[in-house]
Design a protein around this ligand. Structure first.
Ligand SMILES: C[S@@+](CC[C@H](N)C(=O)[O-])C[C@H]1O[C@@H](n2cnc3c(N)ncnc32)[C@H](O)[C@@H]1O
Length: 241
């Protein structure tokens, strides 16, 4: 029988309770980063960030990555900004101290990147400010109720815009990932979590429904290869979805 993906799964991911040590965590992140590299997942965020920067000229930008994991996305943003001579302060925030340890070690040569240990759900927007907030492959970890809580914080603290990049909940994605993972993914954690992640992902109507909670914000929601949605929110611009 085909997998029922009509509703978002509430199954927890193995990575949410990963206790196998730093070295094993690095191997799982190597798998995740390889998938992103092959399927171009990080480019979606980079393209959205570059558009927000082009539309909102400033001398320096503060960009926060909420749920930064091992910091791979931030290092790609740093590389992009170096190439384009864009000055940035990049801040990675995550709940997982071991992921942050890996992120710091891998970011030694990036003085523009710093990391903070924090729970997205407990953020106080008045103590943080940034121009652009990015959130890649993290929103699907949360149940619908929590999503609205942290999206409100994101909108409150990002001056220019919020870029969500997350998975499309689709049978095509599910079964193609199953096939893809037999060739390109080494760890069973990444194979299992990849499938759980897709079943916790989103269809466009989910994102449109969330967006209705933010009326004084403009929303751009677009499907992207391979089975992602990019959702760009720009505060203080009233444009209907
Ligand atoms: C699948 S990983 C994505 C990592 C990275 N953004 C990427 O694209 O590869 C999800 C990340 O969200 C983090 N996370 C989950 N719940 C969180 C919370 N409440 N506060 C902060 N980070 C959280 C996890 O620790 C994990 O690093």
């Amino acid at each position: 029988m085909l997998k029922d993906l009509s509703r978002r799964s509430e199954e927890p991911e193995l990575m949410d309770d990963f206790r196998e040590g730093l070295q094993s965590l690095q191997i799982v992140y190597d798998d995740i980063n390889r998938v992103n590299r092959i399927l171009g997942g990080n480019h979606i965020t980079i393209n959205a960030v570059s558009k927000l920067i082009a539309d909102n000229p400033k001398s320096v930008y503060t960009i926060i990555d909420m749920g930064c994991g091992d910091g791979n996305m931030l290092r790609e943003v740093a590389e992009y900004c170096r190439k384009k001579h864009i000055k940035v302060n990049l801040i990675g925030i995550d709940l997982n101290e071991e992921a942050l340890q890996l992120a710091k070690e891998a970011s030694n040569e990036y003085e523009e990147i710093s990391y903070m240990h924090h729970d997205i759900l407990k953020l106080d927007p008045s103590t943080f400010q940034c121009d652009i907030l990015i959130n890649t492959l993290t929103m699907h970890h949360f149940p619908n109720g929590n999503i609205m809580v942290f999206l409100q914080k994101f909108v409150d603290l990002a001056g220019i815009g919020v870029v969500i990049n997350d998975l499309h909940r689709s049978r095509w994605a599910y079964y193609l990932f199953k096939l893809f993972s037999t060739i390109f993914i080494k760890t069973s954690t990444a194979k299992i979590d990849g499938l759980i992640s897709i079943s916790k992902g989103f269809v466009k109507s989910d994102l449109i429904e969330y967006s209705k909670g933010f009326r004084s914000v403009s929303h751009y929601i677009q499907w992207k290869w391979a089975f992602r949605y990019v959702w760009i929110m720009q505060p203080n611009q009233e444009t209907p979805v």
